[in-house]
Design a protein around this ligand. Structure first.
Ligand SMILES: CCCCCCCCCC/C=C\CC(=O)SCCNC(=O)CCNC(=O)[C@H](O)C(C)(C)COP(=O)(O)OP(=O)(O)OC[C@H]1O[C@@H](n2cnc3c(N)ncnc32)[C@H](O)[C@@H]1OP(=O)(O)O
Length: 359
C-alpha cells in the first residue's frame, strides 16, 4: 500500500525539522516530488535565464514527467525517512553571533572613544555587499559625518573584510528588465562611491581579512588603511567581465604606479598585505595575532587629536581632487552599466551563482 496523505504531511513537517542541510541535490528532489505529489505534472512556464534557482527547481519538477501523484507521495516519504536517520546522527549548529544596533541589519555600528566604527556584518556571506548594505553604509556615513566622533572606521566581522559586491545583486530582475537593473545598479554605485569621496572626517579601514572588488577599490579614498597580515587585496574585474570602480582607475595608478595598478585592475593579481603595503595601498601591516589590539590602541590615541584640525587637514589634502573624483566615478559607473549587460559579465556571474546555488 502507498503512503497515506497523513504520512505525506508528516514527512513534509519532518523536513522542516532536519538538523542537517541535506544539500542542493536532495532539496531539488524533495521540491520536485512535493510539487508532483500535490499539483501533478509541471505545466508552469519555464523561468528566465537569470532566475537560476527557480529554473533549477522547474527543471527538477519537469523531469518527473507524468509520474503519478501517489508514487511521488510515496517517493517523498521514503526520501524523508532516509534523511531523518542520517540527520539524527549528526547535527550542524549555525553560528548566530550578530548583535546588531537598532536600525541597521547588515552593519554593526558603535561609537566609543570618539570613534564611530562601522562593521560590515554578513560574515556568513564573507561580508558581501548586497543592495541593503550599500544603502545602510551610505546612511551610516551620513550619520558619522555629523556625529561627535573624530574618526570613522570600517572593518569586517568574521574572517573576511569583504568579498565585494554581492553577486546575487544581479538576480531579482525588476519588471523593466535587465536594462533597468543595470541602470539602478549604476546609480547605486555612483551614489555609494560619492559618499566616500565627500566624507569629511578621517576615514580608516581596519582590514581584518581578505578584501575583494569594491571593498578594495574604495580603499584609495580612505585616509588610513591598516591590514592584518592575513588580509589579501583582490580585484578580479576582468574575470567577472567587469571594469574598475570606486575611482580605482584613477587612484590606483596614482598610488602604486601604472604598472602595478594594471596588474591588479586588468589582470586581477591578488596582493598580499605586504605587497599592498609595498605598493602604497596599505598604511601599515600588523601580525594577525596582535592586529586588533595594536590597531585600536593606535586609533584611540589618534581619536584624541583635535577634531577640527583633522577635518580641515583632510579638506586641504583631498579637496583639489574632489571634482575630478566625482567625474571619474560617474564615468566608471556608466561604463559598468554597459558591462553588466555583456555576455562576459552575465556568464561569469551565472557561473558563480550556479556553483553556489542554495535551494
Ligand atoms: C546590475 C545590478 C548591480 C547592483 C550592484 C550595484 C553596485 C555594484 C558595484 C560593484 C561592482 C563590482 C565590484 C566587485 O565587488 S567585483 C567582486 C565581486 N566578488 C567576487 O567575485 C567574490 C565572489 N566570492 C568568492 O569568490 C568566494 O566566495 C570567496 C570570497 C573567495 C570566499 O570563498 P570561500 O570558499 O572561502 O567561501 P564561500 O563558500 O565561497 O563563501 C561563503 C558564502 O558566502 C557567499 N559569498 C561569498 N562572496 C560572495 C559574493 N561576492 N556574492 C554573493 N555571495 C557571496 C558564498 O556564496 C557562500 O554562500 P553559501 O554559504 O553558499 O550560501
Amino acid at each position: 500500500m502507498g503512503a497515506s496523505q497523513k504520512d505525506f504531511e508528516s514527512a513534509v513537517n519532518q523536513v522542516k525539522l532536519l538538523k542537517k542541510d541535506p544539500g542542493n541535490e536532495v532539496k531539488l528532489k524533495l521540491y520536485a516530488l512535493y510539487k508532483q505529489a500535490t499539483e501533478g505534472p509541471c505545466n508552469t512556464p519555464k523561468p528566465g535565464l537569470f532566475d537560476l534557482i527557480n529554473k533549477a527547481k522547474w527543471d527538477a519538477w519537469n523531469a518527473l514527467g507524468d509520474l503519478p501523484k501517489e508514487t511521488a507521495r510515496q517517493n517523498y516519504v521514503d526520501l524523508v525517512s532516509g534523511l531523518r536517520s542520517s540527520s539524527d546522527s549528526s547535527s550542524q549548529v549555525k553560528p548566530e553571533a550578530d548583535k546588531k544596533q537598532a536600525g541597521y541589519e547588515t552593519l554593526v555600528i558603535t561609537s566609543e572613544d570618539h570613534i564611530t566604527k562601522i562593521m560590515l556584518n554578513r560574515p556568513a556571506k564573507k561580508n558581501a555587499l548586497n543592495t541593503q548594505m550599500y544603502q545602510e553604509i551610505m546612511l551610516a556615513l551620513e550619520a558619522a559625518s555629523k556625529d561627535d566622533s573624530t574618526i570613522t572606521v570600517f572593518t569586517g566581522s568574521g574572517d573576511y573584510y569583504s568579498s565585494g559586491n554581492d553577486l546575487t545583486n544581479f538576480t531579482d530582475i525588476p519588471p523593466g528588465g535587465v536594462e533597468e537593473k543595470a541602470k539602478n545598479g549604476a546609480i547605486l554605485l555612483r551614489d555609494f562611491v560619492d559618499c566616500f569621496i565627500d566624507f569629511p572626517k578621517p576615514l580608516v579601514a581596519v582590514v581584518n581579512g581578505p578584501a575583494v572588488g569594491i571593498s578594495v577599490t574604495v580603499l584609495g579614498l580612505f585616509d588610513l588603511v591598516y591590514a592584518s597580515d592575513r588580509a589579501t587585496f583582490h580585484t578580479p574585474f576582468s574575470h567577472l567581465g567587469q571594469t574598475p570602480e570606486g575611482c580605482s582607475s584613477y587612484t590606483f595608478p596614482k598610488i602604486m604606479g601604472l604598472a602595478k595598478a594594471v596588474e591588479m585592475l586588468i589582470f586581477g593579481k591578488k596582493l598580499t598585505a605586504g605587497e599592498a603595503y609595498a605598493q602604497g595601498l596599505v598604511t601599515e601591516v600588523f601580525p594577525d595575532s596582535t592586529f586588533e589590539k595594536e590597531v585600536w590602541t593606535r586609533l584611540k590615541a589618534y581619536s584624541k587629536l583635535p577634531r577640527n584640525a583633522m577635518r580641515i587637514s583632510k579638506q586641504i589634502i583631498r579637496n583639489h581632487e574632489k571634482e575630478k573624483l566625482h567625474a571619474i566615478n560617474a564615468e566608471e559607473s556608466s561604463i559598468l552599466q554597459e558591462r553588466w549587460l555583456s555576455d562576459e559579465c552575465v556568464n561569469a556571474v551565472m557561473n558563480f551563482l550556479s556553483q553556489k546555488a542554495k535551494l
